[in-house]
Design a protein around this ligand. Structure first.
Ligand code: M6R
Length: 369
């Protein structure tokens, strides 16, 4: 059943290339054209003026990536709400509000209640879920399935990366409908997404082959960590949040995910040699800004672990360990950047002899309030 892997989490991390291929299949053509058939399901995107993404935990982090990519490409305002808060917030909206409920299981009680709240103000509902026929699909106007296959480990991995891929395809589709970007640019971005499965494969192969010692060193940094800071900006910020959730969840190291630029407003006080800083550099303008924040932590004695493109000389200079990800571009970065953080949390948890598949106090899906 585990196909030679020691546990489900490791199996599911390695299933990501296949899960991503299955999720992109029949939706993303060779030339980069996206077709999600939402109109065919009765969901017309033309009237959408505002989007709310409601979700919990890891799915909430996928929603944050979604917000960033939807706003950037399709220029529609997006709010991301923790479903347990949203349901009691007397949410504002109307028939032009699209609520996207993201849930691996499709059975999370708070996410279902968020959908009901949206129904209350006449909003349209799109469900992004991994579970065909789940409760959430029955409440939605339209459904986009992630084809991650069953996810057994409590800590979500392949469900997360496939959720991000679906949010990215949705952003491309919405941008096309709204005409916010030239067709050629959209196709180019679509083609970049087609490369994601092989880039994830490359990332896994490098971190378990050529760069295995670096991963081992990063795990070692955590040996006597009392806490950790996970930093990022832009689309790298939700990836840092997700990395910190993985770390808390399976290795029980208190880990804070923070926007790198916000660190100086408080959390930098945590930094010392027993509070490692894990920085996701990302790409574009945010990379440089994050680097300067990282510099401020290494100056205060932090052991810095950077997730960076393999040839990033600045990252090498500023950090104790660089966990390399391949040169990406287009829409690839958030998904490949997630992989080293999954392996890091996994490595720290297993080095402590913990049960990664069934961490204490947690259930795979939270179906009661
Ligand atoms: O099934 P859902 O996606 O609705 O579950 C939401 C969260 O409970 C879930 O993502 C949780 O945070 C995971 N254990 C994270 O690894």
């Amino acid at each position: 059943e585990l196909g030679g892997f020691p546990d489900y989490m490791s199996k599911e991390i390695h299933e990501q290339p296949a899960a991503l291929r299955a999720t992109l299949k029949d939706r993303l053509a060779l030339d980069g054209t996206v077709s999600l058939d939402l109109a065919g399901q009765g969901l017309d995107l033309r009237g959408v003026e505002r989007i709310v993404i409601a979700a919990c935990g890891t799915a909430y982090h996928a929603g944050l990536v979604g917000k960033s990519v939807i706003e950037r490409l399709a220029r529609v305002p997006v709010e991301v709400a923790v479903a347990s808060e949203y349901r009691y917030s007397e949410p504002v909206g109307d028939g032009k509000t699209l609520v996207i409920a993201v849930s691996q299981s499709g059975e999370t009680i708070d996410t279902l209640a968020a959908v009901e709240a949206a129904r209350g103000f006449g909003g349209r509902v799109l469900a992004v879920t991994n579970t065909r026929g789940s409760l959430i699909t029955r409440e939605a106007d339209a459904v986009l399935l992630t084809h991650a296959g069953p996810e057994v480990a409590v800590a979500s991995t392949k469900a997360f990366t496939t959720q991000v891929a679906v949010m990215q395809m949705f952003a491309l589709e919405l941008a096309r409908v709204r005409g916010t970007l030239p067709e050629e640019r959209l196709l180019e971005l679509g083609r970049s997404l087609r490369l994601v499965p092989e880039k994830v494969e490359e990332t896994l192969a490098a971190l378990e082959g050529e760069y295995a010692e670096r991963l081992a060193e990063a795990v070692e940094v955590f040996e006597d960590a009392r806490c950790a800071l996970f930093l990022g900006r832009g689309e790298a910020f939700p990836i840092a949040l997700e990395g910190s959730l993985k770390m808390k969840e399976i290795s029980y190291v208190p880990a804070e995910g923070y926007p790198a630029g916000e660190m100086k407003h408080g959390p930098i006080a945590l930094v010392d040699e027993r509070c490692p800083v894990v920085a996701v550099l990302g790409e574009g303008v945010v990379r440089e800004k994050t680097l300067s924040n990282v510099d401020q932590t290494s100056a205060r004695g932090a052991n810095v672990i950077c997730v960076a493109r393999s040839d990033d000389a600045d990252a090498k200079r500023l950090s104790r360990v660089v966990l390399p990800v391949p040169e990406a571009g287009g829409l690839i970065a958030p998904i490949v950047d997630s992989v080293p953080l999954q392996l890091l949390a996994y490595g720290v948890a297993t080095s402590r002899g913990l049960n990664v598949d069934k961490p204490r106090n947690l259930a795979k899906s939270v179906t009661v309030e």
